[in-house]
Ligand binder design. Structure first.
Ligand code: ZN
Length: 285
């Protein structure tokens, strides 16, 4: 099974190793099943950003990788809504690490293929648990950031929402000149990252957008790089499978959804979507 035919020489994906064996067969079968779909929901998690060099954060907000903080507190406590109100400098200290990691990250081939699919004329929606903003950076437009984004801040005291420094201009930054707690430019109140902290509800705007998208329905649902622990991640997949839609999971590991989906591609996100992209979103002449 050697003799891989090189694809058209395009500059982007040079570093991506081609799939082989069972993973390649599964990716080809999944791509063939997805090809006729006019509407596709992608559900993405930390695994898709791992190929951009981001650590696969643990936790409800997908925010932090360590079990405990150097302050001796559980991360669930340090990155919680109550802590944000009581001692915002603690939250900012750990969010700052995530922000710095995200700031240097660029979308990878997996993000790009999803954005290309949207440009191919299909209705493509992305439901992501990631807070890194990489789907938007890749050019996807219909993106539901169910856990928020570190690219945005909002005020705890008024309704002001604004881009985080460096989020749009790539400027290096010690946040706001190194202040322990950034302030609202409108009222001077305490600023917070626009992400879902432990113990907080999912944002109404994102839930409404998801509800609207699901009511329109999708021909296919593709889950990428998530262990799918949350019901709002599992349900769209389970319901799509039940309704007879095409369902695909891309994940090197097996998850609770692996036996539910029609196709499990046991590979990393960038390699799998690169292999599938040639079928799904061929470049136009
Ligand atoms: Zn304010």
């Amino acid at each position: 099974m050697s003799g891989q035919v090189p694809e058209r020489s395009e500059p982007g994906p040079g570093a991506i190793a081609p799939l082989s064996g069972a993973a390649r067969d599964a990716a080809e079968a999944a791509a063939a099943a997805l090809a006729p779909a006019r509407s596709i929901l992608f559900v993405t998690g930390a695994g898709i950003s791992a190929d951009s060099g981001l650590p696969t954060y643990r936790g409800v907000a997908g925010l932090y990788e360590r079990e405990a903080t150097p302050d001796g507190m559980a991360i669930e406590e340090a990155l919680s809504g109550p802590m944000m109100r009581r001692r915002p400098e603690i939250v900012w200290r750990y969010v700052g690490e995530v922000v710095r990691a995200c700031r240097g990250a660029r979308p990878n081939r997996a993000h790009a293929v999803i954005a290309e699919l949207e440009q191919s004329g299909r209705r493509v929606c992305v439901l992501t648990q990631n807070v890194d903003g990489l789907h938007l950076a890749a050019g996807s437009r219909d993106v539901i950031e169910i856990h928020g984004t570190v690219a945005r801040r909002r005020c705890m005291d008024c309704t002001h929402v604004w881009p985080a420094p460096g989020a749009d201009d790539g400027a290096p930054s010690g946040d706001d000149g190194g202040a322990a707690v950034p302030r609202c430019p409108a009222c001077g109140g305490v600023a917070r990252p626009d992400v879902v902290l432990f113990g907080e509800r999912l944002p109404d705007g994102a839930l409404d957008a998801l509800d609207r998208a699901l009511r329109l329905g999708f021909d296919a649902v593709v889950v990428v790089g998530t262990s799918a622990a949350f019901p709002y991640v599992q349900l769209p997949v389970i319901e799509a499978a039940r309704a007879g839609a095409t369902t695909v999971e891309i994940n090197p590991e097996r998850t609770v959804l692996s036996d539910v989906v029609g196709h499990h591609v046991a590979a990393g996100a960038a390699a799998a979507l690169h292999a599938m992209g040639g079928v799904l979103a061929p470049s136009r002449p």
